[in-house]
Design a protein around this ligand. Structure first.
Ligand SMILES: [Zn+2]
Length: 371
């Protein structure tokens, strides 16, 4: 706990008077109200440009020669793209360097930043494990190596000094063969202590021609009791046939924008939209953040929950509290709606064990102790 140092510093003082205790509860409530849950964050896209640049320098990577200095690299890495495809192309740079050996380096810094700068209490980290395996191995050996990758990610994300509750979402990929995607589902089933769900990524415009295959994979995951989300209705991605298999919808903003008739069934299935505001500007999907007002308004009206997320905090050059602030300052939502979205994030989190967010939990606990 962040307040642990303060609490332990003088435990006698803590016990001294009831008045003191109540004051402490008030302070803790204020601190804890700022603990957030992040449900949609990519391991690759979360590497902030400075960390990636330092890694490339230290490892004397050839990649660095393409840029004359850091500002040039940062500009290349974070500037908006015209399409989702161009945006996703950037992931391949990071995936290439996130090898089994380098993953602890990147994850340590990712967790540290999430704790210190974002106040995250809970984080679901998603990635395609196959794309972190050794590309010089053949497909079956790379599939075997995926287990090691998931173990490394699990170990590296549990840090005593930055105690965020975290779990992994494994992404199937629209450009990977069926066997690999099926092995990703199998891996999720084998490691429930590390992996809380599966996803499908790689650009939602590519799902169409392989739809039967993806439906079968989501059915298979469901038969193994694995939770599911899917990058869907982000830019195009109008595949209503996939919706029944999902617990949450990755993005889903085109549902309220272009297919609002689907909102009713989304609400009935209690599916939550993972909305990542800055991404839509970086991919050219939206021109301004205010266009999200329609998304939020229609979802609130229809009773569809929204969790606000960052998607690719590094590529987007944004952290979760800034996404919140932008939505507020652009009048997309008000403070009450923001709180509803923050509560929804904990309610729909796949590996959060409690019914409430941390602030409410501790509030109750401390009040009962004080009385
Ligand atoms: Zn995403």
């Amino acid at each position: 706990m962040k307040f642990g140092f303060w609490y332990c510093k003088d435990p006698d003082k803590f016990k001294r008077t009831r008045q003191n205790r109540e004051q402490i509860i008030r302070i803790i409530e204020e601190v804890l109200v700022a603990l957030y849950a992040e449900l949609h964050r990519h391991l690759g896209g979360s590497v902030v440009p400075r960390i990636l640049w330092r890694y490339l320098e230290r490892s004397e990577s050839d990649l660095i020669e393409r840029f004359s200095n850091y500002p040039e690299f940062e500009d290349f890495y974070t500037r908006p793209r015209n399409t989702l495809d161009e945006y996703l192309e950037l992931h391949t740079i990071v995936e290439g360097v996130q090898t089994a050996e380098a993953l602890p380096y990147f994850i340590y810094r990712l967790m540290r930043g999430a704790y210190i700068f974002e106040n995250l209490a809970y984080l679901e980290l998603r990635y395609t494990p196959y794309l972190r395996t050794n590309p010089n191995l053949d497909q079956s050996r790379r599939i075997e190596q995926m287990t090691e990758i998931a173990q490394i990610v699990g170990r590296s994300s549990r840090l005593k000094e930055y105690p965020i509750v975290s779990s992994q979402i494994l992404c199937m990929h629209s450009k990977l063969p069926y066997e690999v995607n099926r092995a990703i589902v199998d891996l999720a089933a084998q490691m429930p202590e590390n992996i809380c769900a599966i996803d499908l990524a790689g650009g939602d415009a590519y799902y169409g021609e392989r739809m039967e295959e993806f439906i079968e994979l989501f059915e298979y995951a469901r038969s193994l009791n694995i939770k599911a989300t899917c990058h869907l209705y982000e830019t195009e991605g109008h595949y209503p046939e996939l919706l029944p298999f999902l617990n949450r919808i990755g993005h889903g903003i085109q549902i309220p924008l272009r297919y609002p008739h689907l909102l009713k069934e989304v609400a009935q299935r209690k599916q939550c939209l993972e909305v990542c505001p800055t991404t839509y500007l970086k991919t050219g999907t939206l021109q301004e953040i205010r266009q999200l007002k329609q998304v939020f308004d229609q979802c609130f009206d229809a009773g569809v929950d929204i969790a606000i997320c960052t998607d690719n905090a590094g590529l987007n050059d944004v952290r979760l509290p800034f996404e919140y602030e932008t939505l507020l300052t652009q009048d997309v939502i008000g403070f009450e709606e923001l709180q509803a979205c923050q509560d929804a994030a904990f309610r729909h989190a796949f590996a959060w064990q409690y019914a409430q967010r941390p602030a409410s939990l501790l509030d109750r606990l401390l009040k009962s102790e004080a009385s």
